[in-house]
Design a protein around this ligand. Structure first.
Ligand code: NAP
Length: 205
């Protein structure tokens, strides 16, 4: 399997490492020419490549790992997702002038991933990874596996992703749809920034 990753920063590169370690390939893009990622691709090693947004978004499974304010532009450029799976790793945070920390964006009752889904024409959106801080997107950890919450309205998409998440070292937990599950996972939600470990010994019970 070759996963597409839109955004090659902290989240994009961390997830690329885990996907590659699970025996897959990744193709990534940033906001610039693919050549600007040559050193990151070399560091990621075998199975990693850089391409344009158009090529990256053609993969059957694509991760969205850009800042919130960039999402509309990316979705406009991609156009129709033709039922491909889009993993939304974004958080609805924006920088206002003068602030050093990002602040949450209000969406009139919509959850962040419902909003992304409304822009991502015909994508099967699954929210995942956003609730973990970058340093805890570590899959297998000493003594067990990092719990990965995910949510989505398309059950087949979630069924497709579950084995990938497991192969990446995570202990995936389906929280339901984008409205209920997404609300728990997003900024301000009860499970945002919560880093649980499923201990290996528990699995033997
Ligand atoms: N960092 C965390 O701990 C963490 C954890 C969970 C979720 N998140 C969420 O994940 C998202 C990414 O965070 P990050 O920390 O990885 O950010 P980051 O390190 O700043 O990386 C952002 C990436 O997006 C790329 N990008 C910008 N505009 C683009 C475009 N039009 N097309 C394609 N790529 C574009 C940037 O490329 P250029 O270098 O060319 O600008 C960069 O590679 C955010 O929504 C954040 O809230 C972050």
């Amino acid at each position: 399997m070759k996963a597409g990753i839109i955004g090659a920063g902290n989240v994009g590169q961390t997830l690329a490492r885990l996907i590659l370690a699970a025996g897959n390939e990744v193709v990534m893009c940033n906001s610039r020419e693919p050549e600007t990622l040559s050193s990151a691709i070399e560091t990621l090693g075998k199975g990693a490549s850089a391409a344009t947004l158009a090529e990256v978004s053609e993969q059957d499974i694509v991760i969205l790992a850009v800042w919130w304010d960039t999402v509309p532009k990316v979705m406009e450029q991609v156009g129709d997702w033709s039922s491909r799976i889009l993993i939304d790793a974004t958080n609805q945070l924006t920088f206002t002038s003068g602030s050093t920390r990002p602040i949450p964006v209000k969406l009139d009752g919509m959850t962040g991933s419902e909003y992304v889904s409304s822009l991502a024409k015909n994508a099967r959106v699954v929210k995942a990874f956003n609730s973990l801080f970058g340093q805890f997107m570590d899959g297998e950890v000493n003594g067990g596996n990092r719990v990965l919450f995910y949510a989505g309205d398309d059950n087949n998409a979630k069924k497709t992703l579950h084995p990938l998440f497991t192969a990446m070292g995570f202990y995936p937990v389906d929280l339901g749809g984008l409205k209920e599950g997404g609300k728990l996972m997003q900024v301000g939600g009860a499970l945002n920034g919560k880093h649980f470990i499923k201990r290996t010994e528990d699995m033997c019970l």
